[in-house]
Design a binder for this molecule. Sequence first.
Ligand SMILES: Nc1ncnc2c1ncn2[C@@H]1O[C@H](COP(=O)(O)OP(=O)(O)O)[C@@H](O)[C@H]1O
Ligand SMILES: [Mg+2]
Length: 608
Amino acid sequence: MATSGYRGTRSATQDGTDSTAATLIIGGVVAIATLGCVVSVAGALSGLLAGHGWAWPSGDDPALFAGLKATITSPSNPAAAWPGDTAAGSGWLFWVCFAVLVAAVGVLAWKVWAFIDTRRARAEAKERGLATATDLAAANLTEAAAVMRARRGNVTYDGVKTRDIDPAEAAIYVGELRGRREPVYVQHRDCTICEGPTGAGKTWRIAVQRCWDAPGFLAATTTKVDMIAATIGERKEVGDVEVFDPTGLTGWPKPLRWAMLAGCEEPETAIERAAALVQASPMEGVRNSSFWEVRAATVIRCFMMAAALDNQGLMTVRSWVNLKQWKPAYEILHGVYADWANDLKSVANNQSESTDDVFGTASMLLDPLADPSIARMVDVPRHESIDLESFVLGGANTLYLACKSEQKKVAPIVSALTAEVYRILDRQSQREPNNRLAVPARLVLDEVNNIAPIPHLPDKMTDSGGRGISIWAFAHNRLQNIKRWGQTAGQEFTINAPNRIILPGLGDQQELDSLSRLFGTRYERMSPDPHDIREKAVLSVDEIREMEEDQALMIYRGTKPIMLTLPQVWDRPDLAHAAEASADLFNRIRATGDVTTRLADMPTKAGQ
Ligand SMILES: Nc1ncnc2c1ncn2[C@@H]1O[C@H](COP(=O)(O)OP(=O)(O)O)[C@@H](O)[C@H]1O
Ligand SMILES: [Mg+2]
């Protein structure tokens, strides 16, 4: 924490005692004057209502005290002792007027207090160096500004009045500015990385909401059933749902089957698919891993293409790899893509020891296929496979991708499918006006580093938003990102996204330090003496790590740090109810095996 510039403090005890006494005296005088005023007006008003005229107290005493005195001496009927020529109304009328006036003064006082408090909170946030409501408006993060920003350049809103646009559709509601009731919105184009340790609230404060509010196609990866259970009900209301679950995590009765070799006759597809498999492989501890990865990717892309061209299945690829048989693939490729055949030959026909390592690495990547239940999900004849393109581009459909966290070896398969989904969306975006999907697609990538590290994701976080692909990625911290992507890309992944949300409990000391440094310092006044100031970090390391559990720090483009309050699903009855109803539906589908069941078919819903 920066404390340089500290100029000493002076004792404030004496000042404090004096100011407390003064506040009490002033407060007492104001309270008595207000009460006198209310009593006098109540008396005068009761006189008016009783038909005597405006009975404002008069006489030797000042009006405020005269009315008060009459009320104290004759509380049951203040009119009996009311000073002045005009009589006040009867006792009950007086007290009714008094009660109404007290209520009116109370409401007025509350309004004034709220106004002052808002001003004070704004001034405090400004002094603290945190973003205020004004900063939010300037960055298009307030409700009104976010809607205006969303309609700019968006043909969907041509001819629609701004007031008819639903902010929750045009933009994404994230939470509230802390200490204020100011809702904070970001744009669909703002790809976001959320960081926080296990239990920080990634799922229940952010990911579930992002599944609920996705306006179009949604792909969501997860290592736990809870996110699927909580959101499937809502998603089934807007489109079709498929669950890809090669490890049998969810117990979903009809998990999606995908022909992983589909399209691999095309060089681009084969390259992407092999890259996705390699990118997601758990290569920790393997010496010189990137060297083997590049070569293993060459072997796999060539084998996949050869198998696809020859109508073979994935198991053929696996046996070629395990038996180090490169010649059949070479023969198939030779007549079609001679340079690919040569690529394969140069890597596979090398007499050096490294060839064994290349095949070893490739074999490790395909190892999950040894489990027949996993192989059944991806080694699928074309006619039995999902038509992924139609599904992804066919409206507000949902694809859940589940994978047990302890079965890390399967992650490459999940990642390959996620990458394919991205590729379909990306290709489509380039065919639409402005090279952007008219209805934004959403990718909610929970445990992104473990199960969904799609190739070049750090770059995609910065350029997908403009194509209408909105990525919300969830990671633990910078160290985990570096471990997955390497030093440079891992750093980029951590800091380059247009929007970054840090949840409480971040454990990476270096990241905490760099965050604190990023926000710089401010001067804090220690006493009314203008010279009595010290320099402090806008947010210290401890303040970032020890945020309260419903708090989050949002770093949005060039804006000052934004302190958010993030609602949790279980804290809000409406959200908790939606999540529970969805979970009931999920459990029923698992029990009956009928995947067509929807919320409307549920007994509790029908009874409502
Ligand atoms: N069904 C539930 N009811 C109430 N609280 C829950 C429920 N499920 C999870 N929580 C709480 O939500 C908090 C955040 O958990 P979660 O969002 O899963 O964190 P993360 O995804 O970052 O690991 C946890 O502290 C947990 O106690
Ligand atoms: Mg979670």
